[in-house]
Design a protein around this ligand. Structure first.
Ligand code: THU
Length: 159
């Protein structure tokens, strides 16, 4: 038996001002996307913004349903809209922000496992051209992961 270790690197920003202009814009769009949230049950409003390889930004927000499993997270709402709108383009980056009654959480909003799996799929769809970075926004701190692999180690991406 051999002990193995997985190491994850990511960047932490104390403020959006420290970020690259492109990322700063995507963070602002994710926060703006929170306005589209429909969360009458959890009151947890989440917004997501995807930057495509053509520079376009597609936004999404969580949509809840009385039949709870029919609800959809902000990230998948945004990614599926982006995939449908620009089927020939790649997803370069996604930013996520969320909070109860629209007040952004102090620590970054972290995507659920199902959304990470969907991110992995679109990253795979882009092939070797580019990886998809993931930005998680908090009121006190912002995290940036360079690729989906960093938040979903040992990705399952083909059969
Ligand atoms: N939610 C998201 O939209 N994204 C996440 O990454 C985690 C959770 C939504 C689902 C549900 O509408 C609400 O937040 C509470 O879980």
């Amino acid at each position: 038996m051999t002990e193995k270790n997985l190491n994850i690197n990511f960047q932490e920003f104390a403020s959006v001002e420290e970020m690259l202009p492109e990322d700063r814009e995507l963070v602002a769009e994710a926060i703006d996307a929170m306005k589209g949230s429909y969360a009458p049950y959890s009151h947890f409003n989440v917004g997501a913004a995807v930057r495509m390889s053509n520079g376009q930004i597609v936004k999404g927000a969580n949509q809840e349903n009385a039949a709870f499993p029919s609800s959809l997270c902000a990230e998948r709402t945004a990614m599926y809209a982006a995939g449908a709108r620009y089927p020939d383009k790649d997803m370069m980056s996604i930013a996520i922000a969320g909070g109860v009654y629209g007040r952004i959480t102090d620590s970054p909003a972290t995507p659920c496992g199902a959304c990470r799996q969907v991110m992995a799929q679109y990253q795979t769809k882009a092939g070797h051209k580019h990886k998809m970075s993931v930005i998680m926004v908090g009121a006190k701190v912002i995290w940036k992961f360079e690729k989906v692999d960093d938040i979903l180690p040992l990705i399952f991406d083909s059969i």
